[in-house]
Write a protein that binds this ligand. Structure first.
Ligand code: SF4
Length: 445
């Protein structure tokens, strides 16, 4: 590493793996660094400091992070290399033993002291994990790429302890933020011009547990009432905590978008029970029916895991049947991967990799039909879209409907980060196509 890394004017590059919570944490990392005088680097090769904000929900995410951390020396051997996020919480100082190039391992709950940690680690390698249950990073400055939309965490950690999941081990027990703190943050964001808010929690529906007289339904209403806020989304929902009152709150306020991300994970009662999900197939189907009854036009996406230990062909067919019965608008589908320290890691009876891969392929093929059907249903309609970013081709920008579906728009028609109304003339397998009718709201300056 060069001496540059220890100077407050040094440049930084953050590589984020994993979920929206990690992406939001990276916004805080950038905010804290810029407040201390650091500047964003154009790319990883030019950066004086490289921070990997890691994920370990699946083995593949972890392997990718290890690979990139180990490869950094060949890309940029002079940078100060720091690792945070789930792998830092889980492996701590062991990361330094495995990767001699790592200068700093830190917990996200220590990031208020990030500048100090960087300075110290430029002289000697440092591991500082802080205390996961004490400090909060929610009040720290953040730097967002999209000035019109913001993620707002309402709770951290999770008490569900699904048998396959590492989140409670790395993110700790569930802690809800006081409702006043959440609404004040939303008010501040609205004053800065933000008009779309996504409330985040590992299990967002259980928000308020441990806080007297507070519920997620109540919080949704308070946030939706904040002047200037036009769209409110939330994730991730756990079916066991998706109450009717939440669904009523969704339909009762026009600002709350008709979108539910409701992970089912499996359509087999035996597998759901072994996963410790706390519901069965009939309960899940009943929640979907209720959502469709109470929230007209609701768009429902899900997460599904194949190859959980002991999953039989019959169990997998149960999942396929459930997918047919629900007709999800979108689904994120994965193969089970064993996570050390979780209850499922000691079950044994692993499903062979080749069988997992076959099941994932069959499931993806089935779901693709429903995803396309959902997009085709948009054809001929006029939708409201938030223009989130540039599509890979560069000719198009990506618009998101209130139901979180992707509509591609010609880039010359739609200003980035604006809210537009668009007509949908066609749809493909992964996105619909739109033509802008009018710009409803320009992004803030
Ligand atoms: S509810 Fe979600 S975050 Fe919590 S343990 Fe289960 S899978 Fe993990």
């Amino acid at each position: 590493m060069t001496d540059r890394a220890s100077q407050a004017s040094a440049s930084y590059y953050i590589r984020t793996f994993g979920c929206q919570m990690n992406m939001h944490d990276s916004e805080h990392l950038a905010g804290v660094l810029e407040l201390s005088g650091y500047t964003g680097a154009a790319d990883i090769v030019q950066a004086d400091i490289v921070i990997y904000n890691t994920c370990m929900v699946r083995q593949s995410a972890e392997d990718k992070a290890w690979g990139q951390i180990e490869a950094l020396s060949s890309l940029n051997g002079s940078a100060l290399l720091a690792v945070c996020g789930c792998m830092a919480e889980r492996y701590g100082v062991d990361i330094m033993s495995r990767c001699p190039g790592v200068d700093l391992v830190f917990g996200l709950h220590s990031i208020a002291r990030l500048a100090e940690m960087l300075e110290k680690s430029s002289r000697a390698r440092l591991c500082d994990l802080g205390n996961i249950n004490r400090a909060s990073i929610d009040e720290l400055p953040s730097k967002r790429a999209n000035p019109s939309a913001a993620w707002v965490p309402v709770s951290h950690g999770c008490d569900r302890f699904c048998s396959y999941c590492v989140v409670p081990l790395v993110r700790g027990r569930e802690r809800s933020r006081p409702p006043g703190e959440v609404t004040e943050e939303v008010q501040r964001l609205a004053s800065a011009g933000v008009f779309e808010i996504t409330l985040l929690g590992q299990n967002v529906n259980s928000y308020g547990r441990g806080l007297d007289g507070t519920s997620f339904a109540g919080l949704l209403e308070s946030v939706a009432c904040v002047p200037g806020i036009r769209r409110v989304k939330f994730e991730t929902s756990h079916p066991g905590d998706l109450s009717d009152s939440i669904l009523v709150a969704m339909s009762g306020r026009a600002e709350v978008c008709e979108y539910l991300h409701l992970p089912v994970q499996s359509g087999s009662n035996d597998v759901l029970s072994a996963m410790g999900r706390g519901y069965d197939r009939d309960y899940y189907l009943q929640r979907v029916e209720r959502a469709r009854e109470l929230v007209p036009g609701v768009v429902i996406s899900t997460d599904i895991m194949v190859g959980f230990p002991g999953e039989t062909d019959g169990d997998f067919q149960g999942t396929m049947d459930l997918v047919r019965a629900v007709g999800f608008d979108a689904a994120f589908m994965f193969m089970y991967s064993r996570r050390e320290g979780t209850a499922a890691a000691s079950i044994g009876n692993e499903v062979p990799q080749v069988v997992k891969a076959e099941r994932l392929k069959a499931l993806s093929r089935l779901q693709a039909r429903f995803t396309r059907k959902s997009l085709v249903n948009l054809v001929g309609s006029t939708v409201e879209l938030l223009v989130e970013g540039v599509a890979r081709s560069g000719e198009y920008v990506v618009g998101r409907t209130r139901g979180h579906q992707v509509v591609l728009l010609p880039s010359f028609e739609a200003p980035l980060y604006s809210l537009v109304e668009a007509y949908v003339p066609g749809a493909g397998s992964h996105a619909a196509r739109g033509r802008v009718k009018k710009v409803i709201r320009e992004p803030p300056d």
